[in-house]
Structures are given as structure tokens and as C-alpha cells.
Write a protein that binds this ligand. Structure first.
Ligand SMILES: [Zn+2]
Length: 234
């Protein structure tokens, strides 16, 4: 093997490495942020292929999660850890003070990543769809609550509500005064029914678990959204 041949071979390896590096850099630079797993999550970014994993990563990075809420203008009050002897003793959680849409119930105590997912659902799903499908901005979201120290109905398993990692959504009020409720309008052949189907489907792209009336009778009047360990969309 001649020297010239070796130089050519090394040159080829260098050229290939540069080419792959440039491809990688181009991928990082030009892939839209919502599809790019290497760019940090901004809650104002549209929902894309990388959003769910980036939201899930917030479960393990409190600093990143709080920065994302702050950047998006979500106002929260941080609650210190509970007394470890308390029932359903929680680590650091938050009380939601202001997102984009008012909720009918307060206080809503949740984990940071649950608030982040909820804010994205409001911003990119519930609010724009209200205007697109129902022709009126959303003025209020009705909830049955978030934190609740209890088991899943009919089981001995702790509910994600007991970890402040879930919220139940019962309905929506529009600026023009109309009310849409899960109990009355789910699967109805109307714009109200279409709205509910689409906000449920949109939640599945953000939360680990999304349950509605099709799941079981216990959910006939609300959607359950949580950021727990299982993954379900029903
Ligand atoms: Zn629930």
C-alpha cells in the first residue's frame, strides 16, 4: 500500500466526517423547534413531534420547568414540601395563579410539569379550537379540581390526583355566554361535540394520560388529564 493511497484514504475519512457533521448541524439548525428534540421547550412553540418528550423531561428537571413557566408568563406560587407524616405528603408543588384562561375553581395545586402541559393544552388546543369551531373566544374552563388525596375510584391504587399530578376538566364557557359540558355534549353530532372530541384528542399529544367518557362511567362528566407514569389516550 503506497503512501499516496494512505493520504487519499485519510482525506476521504476527513471529508466524510465533515459531511456528517454539516448534516447534523443543518438538522439541528433548520428543523422546526417543535420537532427538534435538542432545542429546549418553550411553551409558546407549536405542538410537534418532540413536544411530548420535552414535556416529559420536565418531570425530572424542576429548574427547566420553572423557567419554561416563567418564559410563557404563567403565574404560580411555589409550595414547600409537606410534612412527611401528612397523608399524601407532597414534594415541592405549585398553585396556579394565572395561565391564559381563568378556571372556575381555586386553588389548583399541581406539579410544575402538569401545569406546563395544561398551559400548552390551553394555548394550542382549547383556545384556538374554541375560535375555529365555535366562533367565540374561550372565557373560562370549568374544573372539578386537581389535588385530592384519594385512590382511583373503585381501586386501592393511589390516583395521580393524590400526587397533584392531574386535573379534571368538566366544561367550557365562551365569551358569548355559551357553555359546553362533557356530560351534555360528548359524542353529540354538533359543533359542541366536535369541539369536545378535538380538545380531548389534542390533550393526548401532551399529557401522559387522557381519559374521557369513553373510558368508563366514572368519567362520564369530565376529562382526566395527568402526567403520571402510565400512558393512555381513551
Ligand atoms: Zn381525574
Amino acid at each position: 500500500m503506497g503512501l499516496w493511497y494512505q493520504i487519499k484514504e485519510i482525506g476521504l475519512i476527513i471529508a466524510m466526517t465533515l459531511f456528517i457533521g454539516l448534516l447534523g448541524y443543518g438538522f439541528y439548525r433548520w428543523l422546526p423547534v417543535q420537532h427538534n428534540p435538542f432545542k429546549p421547550l418553550n411553551l409558546a412553540d407549536p405542538i410537534g413531534m418532540a413536544t411530548y418528550n420535552k414535556l416529559t423531561d420536565l418531570k425530572y428537571n424542576a429548574g427547566l420547568c420553572q423557567a419554561a413557566l416563567l418564559e410563557a408568563g404563567v403565574e404560580v406560587a411555589i409550595l414547600e414540601k409537606d410534612d412527611p407524616k401528612a397523608r399524601c405528603s407532597l414534594g415541592e408543588t405549585m398553585v396556579l395563579q394565572k395561565s391564559l384562561t381563568p378556571y372556575n375553581a381555586a386553588p389548583l395545586r399541581m406539579t410544575c410539569h402538569q401545569i406546563a402541559a395544561l398551559h400548552m393544552w390551553e394555548r394550542h388546543v382549547a383556545r384556538p379550537l374554541a375560535e375555529d369551531i365555535l366562533g367565540s373566544p374561550l372565557s373560562r374552563i370549568d374544573t372539578f379540581g386537581s389535588f385530592s388525596c384519594r385512590n382511583i375510584a373503585g381501586t386501592r391504587t393511589r390516583s395521580e390526583h393524590s400526587y397533584a399530578n392531574a386535573i379534571d376538566i368538566a366544561g367550557f364557557v365562551l365569551e358569548d355566554g355559551r357553555r359546553i359540558s362533557v356530560l351534555d355534549h360528548w359524542r353529540e353530532d354538533s359543533v359542541n361535540g366536535e369541539y369536545l372530541s378535538k380538545v380531548h384528542k389534542g390533550a393526548c399529544r401532551l399529557f401522559s394520560v387522557t381519559l374521557g367518557p369513553d373510558y368508563n362511567a366514572a368519567h362520564a362528566d369530565h376529562f382526566h388529564f395527568d402526567m403520571g407514569r402510565s400512558e393512555t389516550c381513551r
